[in-house]
Every structure is written in structure tokens, then in C-alpha cells.
Design a protein around this ligand. Sequence first.
Ligand code: SF4
Length: 691
Amino acid sequence: MSRRGRDPRHDVLLEPVTIGPKTLRNRFFAVPHSNGFGSHKPESQARFRGTKAEGGWAAVCVEISSIDPESDRNPVPTPARLWDDDDVARLALVCEDVHAHEALAGIELWHSGAHADLSPGRLPPGGPSQLPSDAYPLTYPRELRREEIGWIVALYAAAARRARDAGFDIVYVYGAHGYLPTQFLSPFYNRRSDEYGGSLENRARFWLEALAAVREAVGGDCAVAVRIGLDPAGRAGVALDDASAFIRLADPLVDLWDVNTSVIAEPWLDMRPSRLAPQGFQLEWVARVREATAKPIVGVGRFTSPDTMADAVRSGVLDLIGCARPSIADPFLPRKVEEGRVDEIRECIGCNVCLMRVLVADHIACTQNATAGEEYRRGWSPERFEPAANADRDVLVVGAGVAGMECAIVLGKRDFRRVHLVEAGEDVGGYAAFAASLPGLSEWGRLVDWRQSELARLRNVEVLTGLELDARGVREYGAEIVILATGARWVQDGTSHVTHDPVPGWDQPHVLTPERVLAGEGADGRKAVVYDCEGYFAGVGVAEQLATIGVQVVLVTPHPVVAPTLDRTFEGWPTRRRLEQVGVEARTETLLARIEPDGCVLDRYGRVEWIAADVVVLATSRRSRDALHLALLADLQSSALEGVEAVYAIGDCVAPRLLADCIFDGHRLAREIDTPDPATPLPVRREQTVR
Ligand code: SF4
């Protein structure tokens, strides 16, 4: 039912699509992606995927699911597994939750082939030829013998039967990102001279045999899908001509084609961050294989705009709109389109922190959506909020960065009588607004934009800017609950994780912080040294900013590579290439030993060097702006805060951290503001095997 009237241009997105024996109720397709839950955390997996189904996705896939112990690659992110009946029982929970919302459940049968470097059997992996893995150079596969190829085909069939028994509707023979089917198809991996190597028909033979076996195994119970990854450079993946020829060969065995651009050693080709490509970035490549099949095609490209999605369908390139990240940032995106609430879509910002968290913590999180990954362990839904037991109190949130904004939104949705969000500056957004003003990160402004529009919809929340409150101002404000979200600032003195001490010479007029550079200082410099110790987006952003206005920049960093944290978000290589393009010179594994009036003394393994600089930027560390919080806590303890029941702090004000964690912190406090001790997170539910 449309609440405001759906835009008729979006009607095409709500049309049903048939894939083999199954029909999707609309064109929204939540494609495979890791979340760290695999099949070992089945409740977390089920609630995570089920939330997307509830949000209107017609199909919801899990992640790559290994068909055999020897097909696994790395333990993190932990993939799903379809090795035995226990896995069937676990993954059946996903199907139940997805089916409960009339969506189809998809699973990706996966064999890592030459990249399977850490399998429990500790065997060398098997691949078409003995060539080192391009992703893990110390991993050498053994060349698979013909009978072993037959065994692997049989493993696909057995896993397909398990997938069907678990209740899955769509079974993939997954080849994208350089996995085993691609390794056979691509001459980059396949140097065989038998019937599985050489001509395209021979190189396609393994994938075709696996498809035929899977098709026979599932009978008419499941749709059979293929994910194939195009390699735009035609080097390590499937070249365009081979892809089109393979699609024609395999088409009778396939109900759905899932086409992306992917190569295992260049992961940013598929999961491109917003600094690298706008939404729809894969369409031009998918379009090139469109004429090879009349079967439905699903494709991705970080789609968040229903207009762009509808255009992709109308152009004939895509039949189904594939989304991974946009479905994490807003699991209810399809429903919002259906109900004409497109202005409420929480658009993915393309930061890839979801990936970082899966790689580092084996547990997904999202910058935009604080509830991602918390569906089971905290029982959160992005769209459901309970009235608070203490909703009759007035709440004052001091600081309208994204933590404060998120907190105020959730408090508003929990029916608090009155919430005031007060900001000392003229604009809201805090550190997120700072980030969004760096080169290439404008989409990060969606963090602020979405929250502004949500706040504007909440009648019980008032936002006041340009109002700086001190302890007395807070006392006189009259709120019963006070929440400090006053953020953090870059240290001026160069204190970093390396020395925990100031850099000698920091207190000179030409020594700036990143904030001061973005405010316009340093633009008249000729030579700048940017000292980046944090190793994430700020140091490289400031360096690029200065270089693009003609300043000669040397980026000095103690890290072994420039901005190593960006490698966890697939932004590292593109960012370093960009710096090279704009002329930034990098000095890695180098310390800034001293700042002088006209230059800097650098130290690399004890070798000292002086370089000229008339501007020095210290992106070394941040420090909380917690003075007001500490003063109010002291007042509270001495009973000087009459009428104030509680004082809390959230986000960077407590300790500088990722924007994702700041937003989460504001969200969590508001979700738990009526618990006995809101400052301490409630325990989370765990999934553990007893024996
Ligand atoms: Fe998008 Fe960033 Fe959320 Fe990933 S973490 S879904 S890239 S907003």
C-alpha cells in the first residue's frame, strides 16, 4: 500500500520476474556477500538475511558456501559451508526466515580451487594448473587429475542436493572473483593440454559439467544461477569474448545470470568504494554480454537511486537489480520504493567499512546502518523502535555530529517527550562532514543528509545550531537526561601512536591540523609535508587536496605503505594511484623527527634527512573533546546538577573511533536509555557449540 504514492517511474522495479521454476515478486535481488556468520552462527545469519526479506527483497542470498572442506580458502571471513547434514540444518534457518517474508533464498556453491590455502586437511589446493595463486603468492595448487575433476563435479552435485534439502530456491555454481570454475575458463590459470584446457570449449568443460550435475541434482526444485566475473583488463579473469562465448554455451543449463566485474587479486573492481566510482559503475560491462542471453541477468553497482535502477531495467541491460552494500545500509530499500518513501532510503556511502569489519572482526557492521549485524545478538531491527519506559523525560543532546544526530533520531522514534539536539557550530555533521569535504568522499555526506531528513520528520526532536553550551548552560537548560556528543579534534602537537609525545617544533605558525587545511590554511604554501600516522582517509585526503591546488606535497608516514587501513576497505591501491597521479611523493616507514621553520627532519631507520617545507600538516592522532562531559559528571556527583538525572557521553567524545562506531554508540545508548545502566551495553546473545 502506497503511503504517499509511488512514483510511476519506479513501477517497473516491482514487476515479477521468472527464473526457471521460480518467480521473484519484484526485481530487487539481494546478492551474495559475506557477513562473518557463515553456517556456524545460524541464528545471526537467519536474522540478518531475514531482515532483508522483510524489507522487500524478492531474493536474498547468503554468501559463498564451500562444497567441501578442501574447497575453503581463508578462515576469515568465515564462509558458509555445505559439507554435511549439520550445515543443512543450520542453513535451513535462513530459508525459514527468508521464506517467512515471501522471498526466495539463494546459496552460492563455491570451490576456491587454486586459492584454497588454509583448508582443514592441510592439503595443497587443487587447480587446473600448477601456477601460484595471484591472491596468495605462497599458495601453489597441485594440478588436478581428471578423476579428481570428476570427484569435484560430484561434490557440487552433493552440495546442491543439500542446498535443496535446506530449502534454498536458487542454487549458484559460483565462479566470479577468480574461483575454480573461472580458473578453468581463464587461460591465465589454465595451461592444460588435455580436454579441460586449450580451446574455449575445453576450458568451459569443467563449469559446464558442474552445472549439468547441479541441474540434475536439484531437478525442478531450484533455479540454477551462475555468477561470472568479467575482467575489464582481460588479464587474470574472464575476458569479455570468453564470457560471451561461455554464456552462449552454458545458457541451456542456466536460469539466471549474475554478471559482475571481478578478479580475486583486484577486489576493488567489484566492490568499488565511492571514491573510485559512482553507482551503476558495472553497467557498461554487463551491457557487453547482454546480447549473449535472453535469460534474466542480475547485476550490481552500489545502486541506491530507484531512478538509476529503473533506467537499468528499461535499458534492457538488467532484469534484476542486484545489491549487496545498499541492502546492508538499508534492508528496507525495496519497501520504501514500493511505498513511495524514497526520501527515507538510507543510502550506502561506499565506505566499505562493512568489508573491513568482516575481514577484521568476522562480524559485519555498517557505517550507515547501526543495526546491521545486530539483528540476532541484540534483537534490533532498523525499522522497529519501542517506546521508552522513561519517555516522559526531556533529553538534551550536546553536539550534532553523526553520533548525536543518530542518538536524537532513535530517542525521537522511541517517543521521548522532547529531545533537543544542540550544536555549537553553524552546521551539523561533525567529523562526517569533515570527511565528506575531502577529495573523493562527497558521498559520505549521505551520513549527514539522511540524518538531517530523519530529524526533520520527527516532531518531538528540535535541532538548534550556533548555540554553545557550557556546564552552566546545560544546568540551566532544564533537561533531565544530558548526552554529550562533542566529538574529537586533531591534536595540534603531533602526538602519535609511534612516540606518544609531541613532535619537536610543532608550535610554529606553519604547522597545521587537517581541519585547518580544510578551512583554507596552507593553500598559499609551495612545499608541504603531510605527516600521516593514522593511516586512514584524513592524511591522504589532505595531501590530495593540497596537491590539486598546486602545492608540492611529500606524504611522510611511519607505516610500511601509505594509508594501510584503506587496504581493508579496498581503497588502498586506488588511493595510492590517485596520489601518484596528482604528484604526491610518499616516504614510508619514516618518522617526522623535528619541524624547523623552513623544513622537516625525517628519520628512516636512523638515516636522517632534511627536506624543505613551508607548510607542515600533522594528521597524527585525535583527542576527545570531553571537558564538558567531565565537568558535568563532577557536578552530578556533587549534586550541583539540580534536576538532571543522568549524564552520558557517546561517540568521539568518549574516544576517537570510526564513524561507524560513533553512529552505533549513539544508536545503542538511545536503544538502551531505559535500562538500569544505559552507559554499559547490555550483554549480547552468543551462538556457541557446547560439544
Ligand atoms: Fe555501504 Fe559503508 Fe554500510 Fe558498507 S559500511 S554498506 S559501504 S555504508
